[in-house]
Design a protein around this ligand. Structure first.
Ligand code: ASN
Length: 639
């Protein structure tokens, strides 16, 4: 993650080891977020060729971006980026970060640092295949732990398909993936590409929205809700059945209650082998039975049927209905969506009911792109039975489908907030909303403090967002993790609370759990994808301090969180060097049992065993030698 990777190396290296502890409170100047930009092609980076038409050109985009101050702060990069960070670009600080009321100060104060992974060849998106979706997903997976968010630069023509596909392929997503592109190349005098790309970088770096999104024309739309609606406008995309997740005007406004969060305690993974035997079939008056029959022939496994209005097809065509029924009986999944841009399929007409009776599944308000890619995803699950596949096609998997809420709970909400609003003489809708946004996070943190899952559930039912943060940027998950309430942590994770959110000091819930040595919570958070975000040097100092004070529980907590126990301080001394020098046998024991190396040399050329010999710590020398013998016996035994 960004904070761990030694940005601002020059500042770090100037500090004295004894002061290094202050690093863990993130008092570093200029904290950064890291974004990986996957550049697949599209108009955004194209150049006019000799024949006067646009075409992509290798390395053109990244080299040009380096010359544009709003995309790259050259002076800052020269001064602050380390040698291994040469291929990063870094955005400037400035007005662009203004008016982000929703973010805590830690997030708001960050620069966005990004690296461009350019595909070869760069593609016009009309040339993309399903395998290209798999490549993007795999690259995101490969780099997932090292970045705060991802931007995919993509042509607009098939962007809605890729966004929909990625939303399904990325399982248990905890970080933003933002697709963007442009209608005019970014280096033309007039271009929508600059704003689209800058907004995407800001969103991917600073806003922890765990969704696949499309950023276009100052709007952030849920990817699987978008369609390309206008070939000639900068507002190329619409999301007809879901308002934007965020709008970027003078104020950036995020509708946090609309954010879709994957629930559960599983890590991020990607599913890349999509089923290609799927198709889109659009009804029209007089469509022949032969056409439909031909379309449904093997190897076809899933068909999106685009019907009229609210999901109607002729119910006076038994020939047509029986072809659909036959196909459905032999296992083809047929999903009914409307040809209308807006609205959804319902079974309120006899003509719609006839399709349902023929085994056609109601696709609600899904876009054609979402319906097709959802079928492709579900059908590729080799271990699922046909029944399970049908069930999952109907389910809302990634926010692609509106599920009508059964209960009306807004009255209760109204009562609670109303009474406080009255007491404070607040009356306008906007003010009441602000009041609610201010009250709920504190109430949630208070409930998490005492492990009161019922209160949290009540607040959730009342419309509260369980990932919202209080004034210190702390979420209910931070608090429950610190207090050691395992069942509350479990509950919050199952409600989609993010393990990646950092508080105003830059700490995640995992850090809270480590500080309080709650091993089972650490396990749970790590299982859900949480990673250590301390800088290596800060981590080394923590480990060395714990080793020197025989604080085995802290060592164990860091170990459980995935810490490298050989992390070394400014003098290249490992926790084992320190444990040996301070004569802490229990620490030496623990470190050796957990893979610490005795052969690493510090800057003075001493290994841990040299230190023990110099100090004549015979017990410790014996401990290390016993470990050496044990390992060599094991090695010989396995040879
Ligand atoms: N043909 C281009 C593409 O989809 C269109 C664009 O990016 N505006 O790659």
């Amino acid at each position: 993650m960004a904070d761990t990777d030694g940005v601002n190396k020059k500042h770090v290296s100037q500090k004295h080891p004894l002061l290094a502890k202050s690093l863990i409170d993130s008092s570093e100047p200029e904290p950064t977020s890291r974004v990986l930009v996957i550049y697949t092609g599209g108009t955004i980076g194209m150049k006019t060729n000799d024949s006067g038409v646009y075409e992509p050109k290798e390395d053109f985009l990244v080299n040009k971006l380096r010359t544009l101050p709003m995309f790259h702060d050259n002076a800052y990069a020269d001064e602050n980026l380390g040698e291994d960070e040469g291929d990063f670009l870094i955005m400037p600080h400035g007005l662009m970060y203004g008016e982000m009321e929703d973010l805590n100060s830690h997030q708001r104060g960050r620069r966005v640092m990004y690296r461009i992974l350019e595909y070869k060849p760069l593609l016009d998106s009309s040339n993309m295949m399903m395998t290209d979706w798999g490549k993007i997903a795999s690259d995101i997976h490969e780099h997932y732990d090292c970045y705060d968010g991802f931007v995919v630069l993509h042509g607009t023509d098939t962007m809605a398909y890729t966004a929909s596909a990625l939303s399904f392929m990325c399982e248990n997503l905890g970080k933003p993936i933002i697709l963007t592109g442009s209608q005019i190349p970014i280096f033309e005098v007039r271009s929508d590409g600059r704003d689209n790309f800058l907004s995407s970088l800001i969103f991917a770096g600073l806003y922890t929205i765990p969704e696949v999104l499309v950023c276009f024309d100052n709007k952030i739309l849920r990817g699987n809700r978008t369609i390309k609606n206008d070939a000639g406008s900068f507002a190329a995309f619409i999301s007809p059945n879901l308002p934007p997740i965020a709008t970027l005007e003078i104020h950036i406004q995020v509708d946090w209650s609309a954010v879709f969060r994957s629930t559960g305690t599983e890590k991020f993974r990607v599913h890349t082998n999509m089923c290609q035997n799927v198709g889109l079939l659009r009804m029209f008056p007089g469509i022949t039975t032969q056409t439909v029959r031909a379309f449904l022939q093997p190897p076809m496994q899933g068909v999106v049927l685009q019907t009229y209005g609210a999901g109607n097809a002729p119910d006076n065509r038994p020939d047509l209905l029986s072809v659909l029924k036959e196909a459905s009986n032999i296992g083809v999944i047929i999903l009914n969506i409307t040809q209308c841009t807006k609205g959804c399929v319902m079974t309120s007409y006899a003509t719609g009911k006839a399709l349902e009776d023929a085994g056609v599944i109601c696709g609600g308000d899904m876009t054609p792109e979402a319906a097709l890619t959802k079928l492709s995803y579900v059908l590729s699950k080799e271990t699922w039975t046909l029944d399970k596949k049908r069930k999952f096609v109907k389910r809302n998997l990634r926010g692609e489908l509106t599920v009508v809420a059964k209960e009306n709970i807004t009255i209760l909400d109204f009562e609670l907030i109303e009474s406080v609003a009255r007491a404070l003489s607040v009356s306008s809708t906007e003010e009441v909303k602000k009041l609610r946004d201010a009250l709920y996070p504190s109430l949630m943190c208070a409930a998490a403090q005492t492990g009161d899952n019922q209160a949290l559930e009540k607040l959730r039912e009342l419309g509260g967002n369980l990932s919202s943060h209080n004034q210190d940027g702390r979420t209910a998950l931070h608090v429950a993790s610190r207090e050691g309430h395992v069942s509350t942590v479990q509950y919050l994770l199952h409600q989609g609370a993010s393990v990646h959110l950092k508080d105003s000091n830059g700490f995640t819930p995992l850090h809270d759990a480590i500080m309080r040595k709650h091993i089972s919570i650490i396990r749970l958070l790590v299982k859900t994808g949480a990673i250590l975000t301390l800088k290596p040097i800060a981590l080394a100092m923590e480990l060395c301090c714990a080793a020197a004070s025989e604080d085995i529980e802290t060592l164990q907590a860091y170990r459980t969180a995935g810490a490298n126990l050989n992390e070394c301080d400014y003098d290249k001394r490992t926790p084992l060097h320190v444990a040996v020098d301070t004569g802490c046998e229990r620490s030496v024991h623990f470190l050796l049992d957990n893979g610490a190396s005795w052969s690493l040399e510090d800057i003075f050329g001493n290994t841990a065993i040299d230190c023990a010999k110099k100090r004549n710590f015979t017990e410790i020398i014996e401990l290390i030698e016993a470990k050496q013998r044990e390992l060599s016996v094991n090695e010989n035994g396995t040879q």
